[in-house]
Design a protein around this ligand. Sequence first.
Ligand code: HMG
Length: 390
Amino acid sequence: MNIGIDKIGFYTPHLYVETKELAVARNIDPGKFTVGIGQEKMSVPPITQDAVSLAANAAHEILTEEDKQQIDFVIFATESGIDHSKAGAVYVHELLGINSNARSIEVKEACYGATAGIQIAKGHIALNPDSKVLILGSDIARYGLNTGGEVTQGAGAVAIVMSTDPSIMTLESPSTYQTEDIMDFWRPIFSDKAFVDGKQSVDKYLSFFQDIWKVHKQKTELELKDFEAICFHLPYTKMGQKALKAVIPEGTEADQERLLANFETSKQYNKIVGNIYTGSLYLSLLSLLELNTNIEAGARIGLFSYGSGAVGEFFSGILQPNYKDALHTAQHETLLAERKEISVAEYEEVFEDIVPAGEPTIELPVENDPAPICFSGVKDHMRQYVRKDG
Ligand code: HMG
């Protein structure tokens, strides 16, 4: 049975800051951010976007009425969830008008969550071949003003529909995964910002990738020559480049050229959006699929997922005939082109503008946000959302 990715949607807020401006404001050489870290722009979420509204906006653009009838499972992966009890998936299910005979849950393991969702969906579809599953990877990356991680912030969501006989990519088995209890990055319940041991996180990402890749090769007998491209979780684009460079000497000159060139394509969206945590790997896949001009059906794409804490996984997929026809490339080009640049001072103001904890009632200025779906405020401690298109 062929199971895999049938549709991919994406949303990022309408505001961004240039990382070279951020560098100047922080007395850092801009080359460190644009070359050393490899980030050019950073998406900035206004107060009217949260993990739920970002996810709903990402899914809104891809779902047909037929999809909404066929989806029987909504999996919402996030590490910037809005409630300790109720799943973000339930809000998105309602906002999108998905039929009521569906399961809706939230999963969490840092940036690995969406991959967990994809593998859970694969098992569900294997048992229920008529099912469609909606997987949402949605996050706001917050480290804080003037912190080492600041330039690696970002915000956005990816929405994936999985089914049998998918239009974009079938997923292969087996995949290879690993867990180790470490404190490289975490966010205690009381904090709206992440805590991070930056150097440890980079070292662990690299060692997870190398260890998992070694086991994956033994399990599958696949080598670099068998992959057209490898996409990575991209907290910042230099991170994926470091990981690829760690294994690339295993390949021939042609393998190295192909994988490095396709990595360049796979980082374009991430470079101008920032870290969207659990959606980042799938944003990189989207960048590769939408922006390449020469990758044909039948090509094998490798995917490396890493979530701090930490869980990692390597798996692969095969591109399907006419996969480009199933993508929403023009919409994403418009979404990214129509964003508005804000100054560092404005970004700092937006960053500090958060709903005060425990505020029972608040109304937010959704008229300032062009997104179709917004977080509109709080009423009696219940979050409210608005769909502007009815
Ligand atoms: P840092 O200490 O500010 O940077 O932190 P650095 O000193 O390591 O420099 C970075 C690079 O810039 C270096 O290159 C420098 O040489 C270069 P590298 O040696 O790495 O190749 N550089 C320059 N290049 C050009 N021109 C210049 C210049 N100056 C220096 N003038 C760090 C960097 C990533 C640690 C920090 O930003 C951070 O803590 N970020 C957050 C954590 C993170 O993103 N970790 C990544 C792995 S963990 C992960 O991916 C999971 C995560 O997504 C969370 C989750 O799972 O939920 C984070």
